[in-house]
Design a protein around this ligand. Structure first.
Ligand code: ADP
Ligand code: ZN
Ligand code: ZN
Length: 804
C-alpha cells in the first residue's frame, strides 16, 4: 500500500527543468509520505532540494533508471494542497518556474538557501516508555534518528494521536525558546484535596485558593510568583500535591516590542455601517465578492476592516490584512493587536529569518487567526480563510518585481475563490484598473465619502515655485509654507514635510565642466550621503568617497546639489533654529524597529516636524498634525511612465490626508513648478472621480491600461551591441508570432539604460485580447532558456509591469 513514486519539482535554476521528475519513495516511507513535503533528491551530480507535488504508483521511468529520494525533510507537509494548486496557477499567470512559485509561498527558512538551518525535532518526553528508552534520557531527537531506528510508522501515529510534537527548529537568532510553564489542573476536586492536605501550610493554601480561580490555565512561573507572592518552594510543594505541573511551552521570538492597550469596536457611522453590512452579507452567502472600498482619507476604512475581521473570527475563520510596506505595519499592527491581542501575527521584511519563520509557524499551527503583513503575507498558510484585505490597494509594492512577478491583488482574488470568501480592496485613490472594474461591476463598489468624525477635508494650497523664484525667493520653501511652519511652531501643532524622493536626492556636480558623478555600473548619478561623506548608488549599492576634485576636468569647484532630506533638515534649522525635526528616510530607518521609534517619538510630541520620503505619505494618524508640506510635487510627475500622473495624484492625496484628521482643521501646501498640470490641479480638490475621468480619457487616447493590457520584455547584456541585437530578435519574433492587432513597441532602451554593468533594452506589448499571448511568450522564454542565456543574455517577461 501507500505510494511508491513521488513527483518532485527540483530547485535547479541553471538547468531550467520546469517539470516534475519521478523518484522512488523508500519502502519505509511509502505509507507516510505526503505531497507538499520537502525532499533531497539526486539531480545530476548532486543532491538538491525539491518539493513533492504528487504521489503515484506508476511511472514511465524504467525500474533500473529511477532514483530513490535521498532524504525526506518534513514529516508534515509545509505546503497545503491549496498551495500546490496555487503554484500551478501562478506559474501560468506570471510565466515563472514552478519552483519559484512554490518557494515564494514559504518563509525563507524553509527555502533552499536556508534549508540547513531548519531541523526537525521530536519531543520525546511524551513518548510511550518502550520507544523512549531507545533514546536514553534525552528530551529531543532529530527525526532522522527515527528513520534510522525504523520507527517512522510509529512516529506518524504518535503525531496523529498528539503524543509527540514535531518542530522545524530554525537554529538562527535565538530560535524558538522552550520555557517551563506551570499548568494548573482543571480538576476542582484535586484542588480541594490539595487544600485539605496543606492544612498547616498557609502559603500553599493561599496559592491553591488562587489556583481554584484559574483552573486549567498555563502560566509562566515568574508571572505566577508576581501574581500570588508565592515562592518557588511553595509552588514546588503545591505541585507535589498534584494541583499543578510543569510543562514545556514554546515561546516564539516576539517581534512586537511593546505591549498594547486593548480597544473596543467603535460605533460605526452610517456609511461605515452600510459597507460592513454588504461585506457581512457576502460572507454569509460565501459568494467570493471583491469589494472596492473607496473612502476618503480619515473616513475610517480601518474600523470597517477591524469589524469585518471580528465577524470572521466569531465564525472561527481567519483573515489576511495586507499593508503596502513595512513602515506602515507598526501602526496598523498596533491597531490590530489592540483589538485582537495575541491572535495577530505579523509578517514583513523587517523581521529576521527566525522571526519570520516563527510567525509563519504560528499561522500554520492555528495559534493565530489574523496576519498583518506586507505583500508576501498573502501566502499565509491559513486553511480556513474568511476574508482578505488589501489596504491602499493602488500601491505598487503589491507587485513583486522578481520571479514570480505576481500581484498580491490577483493572488488574493484567487484565494478568495478557493475559500469562497470576500476580498476588500481599500483606498482613497484606487488604481485606475480597480475603479474601472468597479464601474463595470466586476468589483462591488463601497464608498465612504465623509471623514469618520465629520472633520472637514484639509484645505489645499498650491505654491507656484516659478513665481517664488521671480519674487526673489531662492529657498526650497515657498512663502506660504514658511508662514505655515511658523504658525504651527507658535501654536505647538505638528507638521509633516514630504519629500518626493525619487530623482530628488543630492548629487555631486562640477560647476566648471558640468560633470555629474555617476555610478560606474549604472546609468544613474550617485547620491550624496552627508553622515558618511560618501556617494552611493541606490540601485547597485556601489559607494565611494566624495571626490575633492572633478574626475573629468580636475577642477576644485565640485560640490553637491539637489535636495535630500538631510539638506531640507539643515534648511529648516537655518530658518527655525527652535524647531524639533525627526527625519524618516532610508538612512534613519536602517536598524530594526527604527520606524516604530520615530513614529512613537513623533506621536508623543517629541518633535514638531516629521520630515521624510514616501515612507511618511501613508497611514499616519496623529491628531496634532495640522500642516502637510509637499516640497516638490513634480518629481514623480516627470518619470517616464504612463502611470506618472496617477502616482502623483495618489501620493498628493495620501500625504494631504495626514492633515486635520481629528478635531483641528488641516492645511496642505503643495509646492510645484507645474501648477497647471491636471494631476496637481485636481489633487487640490481632493476628489478622485474628476481625476479618474480625465486620466481614463488620456489612457484611452494613448492606448494604455485599463483600455489595453501591457506586457514588458526586457533584455540585458554587458555588451551593448548584444543587448540591442537580442532585443531586436525578441521584437521580430513577437511580431511574427502575435496577431496584427497587437502593438509591439521597441526595442527601445529601458528607462534606466544600464544597471549593474548591464545594458538594458525592452519591448512593450500592448494588446486587448490575444489568446495566444501566454503560449507565445512561453515559447520566447523557452528559446531564451535553451540558447540565448548561453550568450550571456538575461531576459525577463512581466505580464503586469508596474513601471515601464
Ligand atoms: P482611513 O483608514 O480611512 O484613513 P482611519 O480608519 O484611520 O481612516 O480612521 C480615521 C480616524 O477616525 C481614526 O482616528 C479612527 O480611530 C477614527 N474613527 C474611525 N471610525 C470611527 C467611528 N465610527 N467613530 C469614531 N471615530 C472613528
Ligand atoms: Zn569638471
Ligand atoms: Zn550602481
Amino acid at each position: 500500500m501507500g505510494f511508491s513514486v513521488a513527483e518532485v519539482i527540483v530547485d535547479v535554476a541553471t538547468y531550467h527543468v520546469d517539470r516534475p521528475f519521478d523518484y522512488a519513495v523508500p519502502q519505509e516511507w511509502r505509507e507516510i509520505i505526503e505531497a507538499g513535503c520537502r525532499v533531497k533528491v539526486p539531480f545530476g551530480p548532486r543532491n538538491v532540494l525539491g518539493f513533492i507535488v504528487g504521489l503515484k504508483n506508476e511511472t514511465e521511468v524504467p525500474p533500473n533508471k529511477i532514483k530513490p529520494i535521498a532524504q525526506i525533510l518534513d514529516i508534515e507537509p509545509v505546503l497545503t494542497e491549496e498551495m500546490l494548486k496555487m503554484a500551478k496557477w501562478l506559474k501560468n499567470e506570471t510565466i515563472c518556474y514552478e519552483i519559484d512559485a512554490l518557494q515564494v509561498m514559504l518563509p525563507s527558512a524553509l527555502r533552499a538557501k536556508y534549508e540547513k538551518i531548519a531541523v526537525l525535532q521530536v519531543e520525546l518526553a511524551k513518548l510511550p516508555q518502550e520507544v523512549q528508552t531507545l533514546f536514553g534520557k534525552r528530551q529531543k531527537a532529530n527525526f532522522k534518528e527515527f528513520e534510522k531506528a525504523e520507527l517512522l510508522p510509529v512516529l506518524k501515529e504518535l503525531i496523529a494521536s498528539g503524543c509527540v510534537t514535531i518542530e522545524n527548529i530554525v537554529k538562527q537568532q535565538g530560535s524558538v525558546k522552550e520555557v517551563r510553564m506551570v499548568e494548573i489542573t482543571s480538576d476542582m476536586q484535586v484542588l480541594e484535596k490539595a487544600l485539605e492536605s496543606a492544612s498547616r501550610a498557609a502559603k500553599q493554601r493561599q496559592l491553591i485558593i488562587w489556583m481554584q480561580a484559574h483552573l486549567g490555565e498555563i502560566i509562566a512561573p515568574h508571572h505566577l510568583y508576581e501574581e500570588t507572592g508565592a515562592t518557588a518552594t511553595v509552588l514546588q510543594g503545591v505541585i507535589e500535591k498534584g494541583a499543578a505541573r510543569f510543562v514545556q511551552e514554546e515561546v516564539y521570538r516576539d517581534p512586537f516590542t511593546k505591549g498594547v492597550t486593548r480597544t473596543q469596536s467603535l460605533q460605526l457611522t452610517q456609511e461605515q455601517n452600510v459597507a460592513l453590512q454588504a461585506i457581512s452579507k457576502s460572507m454569509d452567502a460565501a459568494d467570493a465578492t471583491t469589494f472596492l472600498l473607496r473612502g476618503v482619507t480619515g473616513s475610517g476604512k480601518t474600523e470597517v476592516y477591524l469589524q469585518a475581521i471580528q465577524k470572521v473570527l466569531d465564525e472561527g475563520k481567519e483573515a489576511i490584512m495586507l499593508v503596502p510596506e513595512i513602515s506602515l505595519t507598526p501602526q496598523m499592527t498596533e491597531r490590530f493587536r489592540s483589538r485582537f491581542g495575541e491572535l495577530v501575527a505579523v509578517m514583513h521584511s523587517g523581521l529576521s529569518v527566525g522571526e519570520k519563520y516563527d510567525e509563519w509557524r504560528k499561522i500554520q499551527q492555528g495559534k493565530v487567526s489574523v496576519v498583518v503583513g506586507a505583500r508576501s503575507a498573502i501566502f499565509a498558510p491559513f486553511t480556513n480563510i474568511g476574508l482578505i484585505i488589501l489596504d491602499e490597494e493602488h500601491e505598487s509594492t503589491y507587485k513583486q518585481e522578481d520571479s514570480p512577478r505576481y500581484h498580491a491583488r490577483d493572488v488574493a482574488i484567487w484565494r478568495s475563490q478557493f475559500y469562497q470568501c470576500p476580498v476588500i480592496l481599500g483606498s482613497a485613490t484606487p488604481a485606475l484598473e480597480s475603479f474601472a472594474r468597479a464601474k463595470k461591476g466586476v468589483y462591488t463598489l463601497l464608498s465612504l465619502k465623509q471623514r469618520a468624525m465629520n472633520q472637514a477635508m484639509p484645505t489645499v494650497y498650491v505654491a507656484d515655485m516659478r513665481e517664488e523664484l521671480q519674487n526673489g525667493n531662492r529657498s526650497m520653501f515657498s512663502e506660504q509654507l514658511i508662514e505655515g511652519i511658523r504658525l504651527r511652531l507658535e501654536r505647538r501643532e505638528q507638521m509633516v514635510l514630504f519629500l518626493n524622493r525619487r530623482g530628488y536626492s543630492s548629487f555631486v556636480l562640477c560647476r566648471d565642466c558640468g560633470t555629474v558623478v555617476q555610478c560606474p555600473n549604472c546609468d544613474i548619478s550617485l547620491t550624496y550621503h552627508r553622515t558618511q561623506e560618501k556617494l552611493k548608488c541606490h540601485y547597485c549599492g556601489y559607494e565611494e568617497h566624495v571626490p575633492q576634485i572633478c574626475p573629468q576636468c580636475q577642477s576644485e569647484h565640485i560640490r553637491y546639489f539637489g535636495t535630500g532630506t538631510q539638506k531640507v533638515e539643515e534648511e529648516i534649522y537655518k530658518l527655525f533654529p527652535e524647531a524639533r525635526v525627526l527625519r524618516m528616510d532610508v538612512d534613519t530607518t536602517k536598524h530594526k524597529g527604527a520606524h516604530e521609534e520615530i513614529l512613537q517619538a513623533f506621536g508623543e510630541g517629541r518633535a514638531d516636524i516629521l520630515l521624510g520620503t514616501q515612507m511618511i505619505a501613508k497611514g499616519l494618524d496623529f491628531p496634532n498634525i495640522t500642516l502637510v508640506g509637499v516640497l516638490s510635487a513634480d518629481t514623480s510627475l516627470h518619470l517616464p511612465d504612463y502611470r506618472a500622473a496617477e502616482r502623483t495624484f495618489q501620493l498628493l492625496t495620501q500625504v494631504s490626508g495626514r492633515a486635520g484628521r481629528h478635531d483641528k482643521p488641516g492645511e496642505v501646501v503643495i509646492q510645484t513648478y507645474t501648477p497647471e498640470h491636471y494631476a496637481i490641479e485636481l489633487s487640490k480638490m481632493q476628489d478622485y472621480e474628476p481625476f479618474y475621468e480625465r486620466e481614463m480619457f488620456l489612457r484611452r487616447r494613448s492606448g494604455y491600461p485599463p483600455y489595453y493590457y501591457v506586457a514588458l520584455v526586457q533584455v540585458s547584456h554587458e555588451d551593448v551591441m548584444m543587448a540591442a541585437e537580442y532585443a531586436g530578435r525578441a521584437a521580430d519574433w513577437l511580431r511574427a508570432n502575435l496577431s496584427e492587432k497587437v502593438a509591439i513597441i521597441g526595442p527601445t532602451t529601458a528607462s534606466i539604460s544600464r544597471l549593474q554593468n548591464r545594458y538594458r533594452y525592452q519591448c512593450l506589448i500592448k494588446y486587448k485580447i490575444e489568446p495566444n499571448l501566454i503560449p507565445v511568450l512561453q515559447r520566447l522564454l523557452a528559446m531564451y532558456r535553451a540558447d540565448w542565456i548561453k550568450q550571456g543574455i538575461l531576459m525577463t517577461v512581466d505580464l503586469d509591469p508596474s513601471t515601464i
